[in-house]
Design a protein around this ligand. Structure first.
Ligand SMILES: [Zn+2]
Length: 430
């Protein structure tokens, strides 16, 4: 066979194949059109995985405080609007009378749990995040320096990667984190360079550097932590058990965007923000106006009404509601994120303002502006909260109590589009 006739046959076969392909393609397209035409409701019904209807949506980032519906698809917020039809979702939740907020963010926790006794790092004094978060509407926690660059990988392998809760971390300037004394007092193991290398290796998890629990008189640990934060362009988180370092100088060294916690502490180890006459110290207000962020950091000893109430009246509202969750604080006056928020509600703060601090403010302070909101396209981390009415008592670290008429409770928590907490079976079949 000559080459010419062979190429003719090949061309003919190719043409036949193309024509066949065109016919099949056209038939398939017609079929698809017919299917879409005949069953538009079916296609529409599959549009959303979850629809939370009729709740009071408070989304401070988007300045929403209104009765709205929130639709979720593929783990993301798909739509926020009024009267989204129930037929468009596979599962519908009636949130009438409930608050619908972004999943709450707790920027101060200790969750590097392990079996070492009397220790936070890989120890029994920390708690397991999933055990305490979702039941309080919390979907993201930040571990406040329980690990350092030497043991962060153990924390990541044992806790962060195993938790459904999103666990972020401030890395301790101390190489082994909160491993107890004398290790965490060893200034020679406070390495700004190694700390910043770990932050660069895990930029999605490590959001800042923590200094705290140092009992010495020198500024070296504080300065090294600040240096590591500078090298990595992340905030410094100051947990102020630094008894020998004066508060005014600490605040003076802090940059706008750095965070101080235990803001309303009244202990002998640190100068309180409000003086004995009940006046907020001017340098504290100046630091706030300069952009230093004040976190509650309630914990076991970090929150006193005698500090927090006059501070609030005189212009120092906390920027975020870090709870300092650990094995001891949760069974004392702190209890939970929602209890801390309810406390501020009892102190006169509005719902919008407490949700702002527990969501968008917290996200911004971590430079994680992808979180703490219900924008379309954002990860579907959602808290559905009920407001209980009655007589409630709120206790501080000093054993003082105030009374409130309202208390928040988590009805339903959604993490990445999945329902991870459902107190009264809102999502269950009847
Ligand atoms: Zn702490």
């Amino acid at each position: 066979m000559r080459l010419g006739s062979q190429s003719k046959i090949v061309r003919r076969n190719t043409f036949a194949k193309r024509r066949k392909g065109w016919i099949y393609g056209t038939l398939a397209a017609m079929g698809l059109c017919l299917l879409t035409f005949l069953v538009p409701d079916f296609v529409q019904a599959q549009q959303f995985d979850l629809l939370i209807k009729n709740g009071r949506v408070i989304d401070p980032k988007n300045q929403i405080d209104s009765k709205m519906d929130v639709a979720v698809k593929d783990g993301k917020i798909a739509k926020v609007g009024k009267d989204i039809p129930s037929a468009q979702a596979k599962k519908v939740i009636d949130a009438s009378g409930l608050l619908v907020t972004p999943g709450l963010i707790d920027i101060h926790t200790h969750v590097f749990v392990g079996s070492k006794p009397d220790t936070f790092a890989d120890g029994f004094s920390s708690v397991s995040p999933d055990d305490f978060t979702f039941r309080s509407g919390v979907t993201t926690v930040v571990d406040a320096g329980t690990s350092g660059w030497r043991n962060f990988s153990v924390f990541k392998d044992h806790v962060i990667d195993k938790s459904q809760t999103r666990v972020l971390a401030f890395l301790n300037i101390s190489g082994t984190g909160m491993s107890g004394n004398p290790e965490q007092q060893d200034v020679n193991d406070m390495d700004a360079h190694m700390t910043s290398l770990a932050i660069k290796k895990y930029p999605d998890i490590i959001v800042g550097v923590k200094i705290g629990h140092f009992e010495g008189t020198e500024w070296t640990p504080f300065d090294r932590a600040l240096e590591a934060a500078r090298l990595s362009d992340v905030p410094l988180f100051v947990e102020c058990h630094l008894p020998q370092l004066p508060l005014q100088e600490q605040l003076g060294k802090m940059r706008p965007g750095d965070i101080i916690t235990h803001s309303f502490e009244k202990v002998s180890e640190r100068m309180p923000v409000v003086d004995d006459q009940g006046t907020l110290r001017p340098f504290v207000l100046e630091a706030m106006n300069r952009g230093v962020l004040f976190d509650v950091g309630h914990g076991g000893f970090g929150f006193w009404f005698s500090q927090a109430m006059p501070a609030l009246k005189q212009g120092l509202a906390p920027n975020s509601f870090g709870t300092d969750l650990h094995r001891f604080s949760m069974n004392a006056g702190m209890k939970s994120m929602l209890n801390v928020m309810s406390k501020y509600l009892a102190m006169g703060m509005s719902f919008e303002d407490i949700v702002l601090r527990a969501s968008w403010n917290a996200a911004k302070s971590l430079k994680r502006t992808d979180l703490g909101q219900l924008s379309e396209g954002a990860v579907a981390d959602i808290a559905v909260l009920s407001i209980l009415n009655g007589n409630f008592g709120y206790v501080d670290a000093g054993g003082k109590k105030i009374e409130g008429k309202q208390k928040l409770e988590a009805e339903l928590t959604v993490r990445g589009g999945k329902i991870v907490w459902d107190l009264n079976g809102l999502s269950a079949e009847k």
